[in-house]
Design a protein around this ligand. Structure first.
Ligand code: PRP
Ligand code: MN
Ligand code: MG
Length: 185
């Protein structure tokens, strides 16, 4: 595959739609947290592009931290177990935290993270998830800032990967079937 666009079967959310949604949520967050000390916490690696674009659109001064979590490994279905690949070193006690995520699927990653941050003494914990797959939800998680609901198809792009590739696609899309059937990226 010479170009990531060639691997796309169909697009679900365009680059423009992603940008517009992130801008809209950032304006809302800037209003909601005006006068508060807000920490944006990105969940690597999937949230990398959402966080980059979102943080630039937020107009109040915020802190940026990243935690690297994994629930998927290399397959296309969630393992249900959350592994910390890299933790934050910041003390979150008394901080208002907004978790920035690319997608909520089973909900296990975010349910675990919200519990963990509360256990560490955060003053408040809310979530911005760019994408949601409602039909795949296994655990209840309150998502205050929501982007797009998508069907239960395996999607890549804007941070989301298949086997650590296609995070650098600028839209959200479904790959051609032959990409999963061993064609090298
Ligand atoms: C993906 C995605 C979310 C999580 C959602 O991350 O980026 O973090 O899975 O799934 P869940 O709601 O079922 O927990 P992944 O584990 O693939 O790691 P990555 O972000 O490094 O790709
Ligand atoms: Mn992730
Ligand atoms: Mg992944």
């Amino acid at each position: 595959i010479a170009d990531v666009q060639e691997a796309i079967d169909h697009e679900l959310v365009s680059s423009k739609a992603i940008h517009d949604k992130i801008t809209e949520v950032a304006a809302q967050v800037s209003r909601d947290y005006a006068g508060k000390d807000l920490l944006l916490l990105g969940v690597l690696k999937g949230a990398v592009n959402t966080m980059a674009e979102f943080s630039l659109a937020v107009s109040i001064p915020v802190g940026l931290e990243f935690m690297s979590l994994s629930s998927y490994g290399s397959g296309t279905t969630s393992s249900g177990r959350v592994t910390i690949r890299q933790d934050i070193s910041t003390d979150v006690r008394g901080r208002h935290i907004l978790i920035v995520e690319d997608i909520i699927d089973s909900g296990r990653t975010l349910a675990w993270l919200v519990d963990e941050l509360r256990r560490r003494g955060a003053a408040s914990v809310e979530i911005f998830a760019l994408l949601e797959k409602p039909s795949r939800r296994e655990v209840e998680v309150h998502v205050k800032y929501r982007g797009y609901e998508i069907p239960d198809e395996f999607v890549v792009g804007f941070g989301l990967d298949y086997n650590e590739r296609f995070r650098n696609l600028d839209s959200i899309a479904v790959l051609k079937p032959d990409v999963y059937q061993g064609v090298q990226a």
